[in-house]
Design a protein around this ligand. Structure first.
Ligand code: ADP
Ligand code: MG
Ligand code: ZN
Length: 477
């Protein structure tokens, strides 16, 4: 490992959340009965013509602006010719030498180090259908529902130097697409997929090594494992004097290895030419300005603002901005109750725990910011102890009710009345004369034991600080 440098460039395909497909009015909804979302255009029947969906260009401009790209004033579609059963026209409509956006970047941070990764281009294209192989029959089936679903392809420069950097880049890009609300980011359903180009070269050598392209990794974990495997494989080859073959390899997650799929094609193999059925698209300043006006606050800006406005540590800002909805939820809580750090802690632990267990997003919590802020207000004003608050929260999650009504119904208000706590302590001390004697004889560690007994007697309601002080007063007197 020591003498070789790793070089990775990623090609990401993001499925766009437009209502309809890129060149026809079929729906893009995922998971319908095979071949129900199709028409003459996306099935590639003779004599039909594509019509560009303007919303696809909107999405592309949005991502281009968010990644500092320049947007081409005139962008052109191209035919990429190849045969595959799930590509009924015999060509894919994509973009070649006039992509919608080019020369942008994404900033990542790995191991505390910031790094800027170049983006070569972002272009629009149509997805192909899906081939489903039945190993038992053996038969193959084709579902054309996905044919013509709009994609953005985002191509990075070969700037990534490790599998960790590659995964971080993907996470940053995925979060950005989701903030922009142009892609749902679902890797398992294939709405966010990546092909990884990998090469290694001796440290110090300027010329890049021969690369392979990895496909079929449908989780961050798989990307990580596939890249590590491929880097090791290439280094082993070079170390024993062999050469790397330029090829496309498939990651096999079950076997934990990549396997050769086909020798790498060159772009001239595809006979690209401008798509004669579509006119070039003119993207003027007015269009770009219109899209710029719809850009939301981006994740990195939001993190910075959360740090300065609310004084939160970077760990908190990272967690709270993992989705726009979660960040909004946090801010709505703070508007009601001005305790940002308490709210952040509660969201990061209790709230996210519940959502993780249920596999749901913040929108499906069943409780809104007023309920969470209401609960934390009860803790802050001393009505509810931290321990009981967790119990109340579980009850809130289960029933959707607010903290106040649960606390008063169950009589869970924290006991802060000195006289009543003294009474409870009195009883405990009378029940444990031996421990009292040992405490007075110097075994002061027994304080915790007495506090515990008082808590038990008051069913956890006694104010712990007050109980502590009062027990000490009573035992020391
Ligand atoms: P292709 O036409 O084969 O798709 P591109 O030049 O468009 O090739 O590059 C595709 C991706 O491969 C880009 O993300 C680029 O950064 C990456 N890449 C190119 N050369 C190398 C290399 N030698 N090692 C690793 N990645 C590379
Ligand atoms: Mg490519
Ligand atoms: Zn269609």
């Amino acid at each position: 490992m020591r003498d070789f440098e790793v070089v990775i460039g990623l090609e990401v395909h993001a499925q766009l959340r437009t209502q309809s497909k890129i060149f026809c009015s079929c729906s893009t909804v995922f998971g319908l009965e095979p071949n129900t979302n199709t028409c003459e255009v996306c099935l590639g029947m003779p004599g039909v013509l594509p019509v560009l969906n303007r919303a696809v260009v909107d999405c592309g401009i949005k991502l281009g602006l968010a990644t500092g790209c320049s947007v081409e004033p005139v962008t052109v579609f191209a035919r990429k010719n190849y045969f595959y059963p799930d590509l009924p026209k015999g060509y894919q409509i994509t973009q070649y030498d006039h992509p919608l956006c080019s020369n942008g970047h994404l900033d990542i941070e790995v191991g505390g180090e910031k790094k800027r990764i170049g983006i070569v281009r972002i272009h629009m294209e149509e997805d192909a259908g899906k081939t489903i192989h039945d190993e038992d029959k053996p038969l193959s089936f084709i579902d054309f529902n996905r044919a013509g679903v709009p994609l953005l392809e985002i191509v990075s420069r070969p700037d990534l130097r490790s599998s960790s950097e590659a995964v971080e880049y993907l996470k940053v890009l995925r979060l950005l697409l989701m903030y922009l609300e142009i892609c749902d980011g679902n890797m398992e359903e294939g709405s966010f997929r990546c092909d990884a180009n990998v090469s290694v070269k001796p440290v110090g050598q300027q010329v890049l090594g021969i690369r392979t392209e990895l496909k079929n990794m449908n989780s961050f974990r798989n990307v990580h494992k596939a890249l590590d495997y491929e880097v090791r494989r290439q280094i082993e080859l070079l170390a024993k004097g062999d050469t790397v073959v330029q090829e496309t390899r498939l990651w096999n997650a079950a076997l934990n290895e990549s396997q050769p799929m086909r020798s790498k094609e060159e772009s001239h193999d595809y006979r690209y030419f401008p798509e004669p059925d579509l006119v070039p698209v003119v993207v003027d300043e007015a269009w770009i300005d219109e899209i710029r006006a719809t850009l939301p606050e981006l994740p990195s800006d939001k993190r910075a603002r959360f740090a300065t406005t609310y004084g939160l540590p970077s760990y908190d800002t990272e967690v709270l901005t993992q989705s726009r909805a979660l960040a909004d939820f946090f801010e709505q809580c703070v508007e009601i109750l001005d305790s940002p750090k308490d709210i952040s802690n509660w969201i990061m632990t209790e709230v996210l725990h519940v959502l993780k267990v249920r596999g749901k997003g913040i929108g499906q919590l069943g409780l809104g910011p007023p309920e969470i802020a209401g609960l934390l207000a009860l803790i802050r004003e001393g009505t509810l102890s931290g321990t009981l608050a967790k119990e109340v929260f579980s009850e809130m999650v289960a029933s959707g009710r607010d903290a106040h009504s649960i606390v008063s119904e169950k009589g869970l208000e924290q006991l802060s009345d000195k006289e009543r706590i003294r009474e409870a302590i009195e009883v405990v001390l009378n029940e444990h004369p031996k421990e009292v004697a040992r405490y007075r004889g110097g075994k002061t560690q027994l304080l915790g034991f007495f506090v515990g007994q008082v808590m038990k007697a008051t069913r956890g309601k006694a104010n712990p600080n007050l109980t502590n002080t009062l027990i000490r007063e009573m035992l020391d007197s």
